[in-house]
Design a protein. Structure first.
Length: 101
């Protein structure tokens, strides 16, 4: 949640660093807890989507719209698979994707 807060403040590099740390931790947790893999995999997928969303915002901020688009599309696909179609994070990444030049 700290990385999401940093993203909302426009502190993209710090947010990406934290996202990457969480993704590393989740990979280790999943490897060590195979009995709980479905819920852990779902959480890991959401963390990855949020990281891609943050990277999209980072690239958009620096005017790299093609890189932003790729990250937003990846985040969108993960959000759709894990959240369904009408969730707030999914709607936000759709707005960001539609607002690219």
């Amino acid at each position: 949640y700290l990385s999401l807060s940093l993203r909302k403040q426009g502190k993209y590099e710090a947010a990406i660093t934290l996202h990457n740390q969480v993704l590393g931790i989740m990979a280790k947790v999943i490897a060590n807890n195979p009995g709980q893999i479905s819920e852990l995999s779902r959480r890991s997928a959401l963390y990855k989507a949020r990281a891609m969303h943050t990277k999209g915002d980072f690239y958009k901020y620096y005017g790299k719209n093609e890189q932003a688009r790729g990250n937003y599309i990846t985040a969108l696909k993960i959000y759709e698979r894990t959240l369904g179609k009408n969730k707030q994070e999914l709607e936000q990444v759709l707005r960001n994707l539609n607002n690219l030049d």
